[in-house]
Design a protein around this ligand. Structure first.
Ligand code: PLP
Length: 378
């Protein structure tokens, strides 16, 4: 059987990984500055993570959401304590798109409205309402286009207010720092304005933390840089360090009801064990504070790279913008320098999303490699 051909692939097959290092089938070693799309938070195959998952599997890997599962409660308590969001309630699912789909649906259930405000260059996933709220026409099928979504420029509160005043907007959804779009971030005044306007107009403010959450920006959640309290927070990627798990945090004024949301796989034993291990390691190894410090080190070093137009992002959610497309540079980095990096909708942007455990000498090695590639190209 052939695989449905939707992914352009690099000709590399990782078969083993440890912390920030990945090996291919020939034993060649690569430095991982991309964490498989920002998924690897505590480092590949962290011993505590491997132990937790293996021992969970020895006991029970899965049962349904129709019976007690105390791991969900343990996860919720640890997540509440470490994130500082302990007054929120938790619903677990299995991916980022599913988290946003549930966030949008819950907002609509809560206030009975149906229209969504999203922002230019935003990315929220590939399912029904999530993809309709994504600013990329190429991935929106006619069936998704029936959703009522307006895409606005980020930063213009007047335009947001004019739409909210129409009285039919169930949710405003925004990434704290845009991931796929290219690391743009609205100002604090804009986030605080969104919080105020959504409250005044009985609309839910959804912060999409699928990529930026779990410590990546140097705080547990990216919105915490702006002093706001969203109504709903969506999470996935770094949450399971590779095990598929997502979720939403729901402010207490939004009421639950049996059957309102549901999923077969969400919150299963293995997924919970993976996320609990991630939370344990984030706390024990102080990885969130380290991400902030290492990110500053990266920014300082990256400013020395010739041809850099702009450095973007926070913590270890970073972008280096050049004056021309970085596609060739990424190929040279992977094939010649043995380093994984990421691209973005902005073709001139090199995206850097390493495990939060990355060390300064590994950043030095990366900066040297990029300098060499840039100099060779001239
Ligand atoms: C901000 C954001 N939201 C949602 C998603 C969708 O997540 P998933 O691919 O797990 O469905 C992504 C994926 O890149 C993302 O970056």
């Amino acid at each position: 059987m052939k695989l449905f051909d939707v992914y352009p692939l690099y000709n590399v097959e990782p078969v083993k990984a440890e912390d920030c290092t990945v090996w291919d089938e020939e034993g060649k070693e690569y430095l991982d500055l991309y964490g498989g799309h920002a998924v690897i938070s505590i480092g590949h195959s962290h011993p505590h993570y491997v132990h937790k998952l293996k021992s969970q599997l020895d006991n029970i890997g899965f049962y349904s959401n129709a019976v007690q599962n105390s791991l969900q409660k343990e996860l919720a308590d640890k997540l509440g304590a470490l994130s500082g969001c302990d007054e929120y309630e938790l619903f677990l699912c299995s991916s980022g798109a599913e988290a946003n789909e549930n966030a949008l649906k819950l907002a609509s259930f809560h206030n009975g409205k149906q229209r969504v405000i999203a922002f230019q260059n935003g990315f929220h996933g590939r399912t029904s309402a999530a993809v309709a709220a994504t600013d990329n026409k190429a991935i929106i099928a006619p069936i998704n286009a029936q959703q009522e979504v307006i895409i606005l420029p980020m930063g213009d509160l007047d335009l947001v207010e004019a739409e909210l005043k129409k009285g039919d907007v169930c949710a405003v959804i925004i990434e704290p720092i845009q991931g796929v779009g290219g690391l743009d971030e609205a100002e604090t005044a804009f986030f605080q304005g969104l919080e105020k306007l959504t409250k005044e107009n009985d609309t839910c403010l959804i912060l999409d933390e699928v990529q930026s959450g779990f410590g990546r920006t140097g705080k547990f959640f990216g919105f915490q840089h702006h002093g706001i309290q969203p109504d709903i927070i969506s999470m996935a990627k770094g949450m399971g360090n590779g095990f598929p798990i997502g979720g939403i945090l729901i402010a207490p004024h939004i009421e639950s009801k049996y059957g309102l949301l549901g999923t077969t796989f969400g919150g299963n034993h293995l997924a919970c064990a993976a996320c609990i291990a991630v939370l344990d390691v984030l706390e024990k190894e102080s990885l969130i504070g380290k991400a902030a410090i290492t990110g500053e080190y990266f920014m300082e070093k990256a400013s020395e790279i010739p041809g850099v137009v702009r450095l973007k992002g926070r913590g270890l959610m970073l972008g280096i913008e050049f004056g021309e497309p970085v596609g060739e540079m990424r190929k040279q980095l992977i094939y010649d320098k043995k380093m994984f990096t990421g691209g973005a909708k902005n073709k001139n942007l090199l995206r850097i999303l390493p495990p939060l455990t990355i060390q300064t000498d590994q950043i030095d090695a990366f900066i040297e490699a990029v300098k060499e590639v840039v100099t060779e190209e001239v």
